[in-house]
Design a protein around this ligand. Sequence first.
Ligand SMILES: Nc1ncnc2c1ncn2[C@@H]1O[C@H](COP(=O)(O)OP(=O)(O)O)[C@@H](O)[C@H]1O
Ligand SMILES: [Mg+2]
Length: 235
Amino acid sequence: MENNSIIRIKNLTKSFPMGKTQFTALRNINLILGKGEFTGLIGPSGSGKTTLLNIVGSLDSPTSGEAWVLDHSIGKLTAKQAAQLRKEKLGFIFQSYNLLAVHTVFENVEFPLLLLKMGASERKKMVMDALEWLGLTDKVKSKPPQLSGGECQRVAIARAMVKKPSLVLADEPTANLDAANSHHILKTMETLNRELKTTFLFATHDEKVIGYLHRKIYLLDGKVDRDERKVNSEK
Ligand SMILES: Nc1ncnc2c1ncn2[C@@H]1O[C@H](COP(=O)(O)OP(=O)(O)O)[C@@H](O)[C@H]1O
Ligand SMILES: [Mg+2]
């Protein structure tokens, strides 16, 4: 893998069976993402954003071509190796927060750490750190139904960030948030990107998100239409 790259996609195509034919959701995608990027896949509904994010997240594999993520060729991983990659190196944030309603904020954020080998006191410290990054320390004993949408999404971000993953994949993370909460979580993610050097890849069509991105990859009908970097980004 090239020195500073975390994702490398070469001639990637993804088709889904549709009756007797195939529907091609991604066509001939070529992309390289470096470590520490804050990048978004942007495009209208149906343009292939989630499909590409799912392949990068090892939840699906290419039909042809290759996707290398953190030195793993996604199409060649066994189910067990893919699960290992997700549990150790990747964080996921979805538009529906997918929190466990009957568990506390603490337990929801602790969950990904239970899959890793570590003692209870180390786990507790990591959960409390993540809750502090997201400004949720006073909600540690609350349960999701007692929280606002913005607070739930912050819990979901804490859960994605708690193990300090190399790469966070965020699919329409602001879809259920108002403007104030959207800006709050984006500023928080930008800070985590800067301070923890976590790489972020978003899928979005929300202008509020787009304004924060350092690099914008526009998808149209499953193809990369434009790839723009913010100039003079103060880094
Ligand atoms: N599992 C699937 N089976 C068949 N078609 C799919 C599947 N997943 C996605 N698609 C199709 O692929 C296209 C891209 O979908 P998606 O990646 O979800 O787009 P986006 O996230 O940009 O809205 C859509 O036309 C969608 O209907
Ligand atoms: Mg989508």
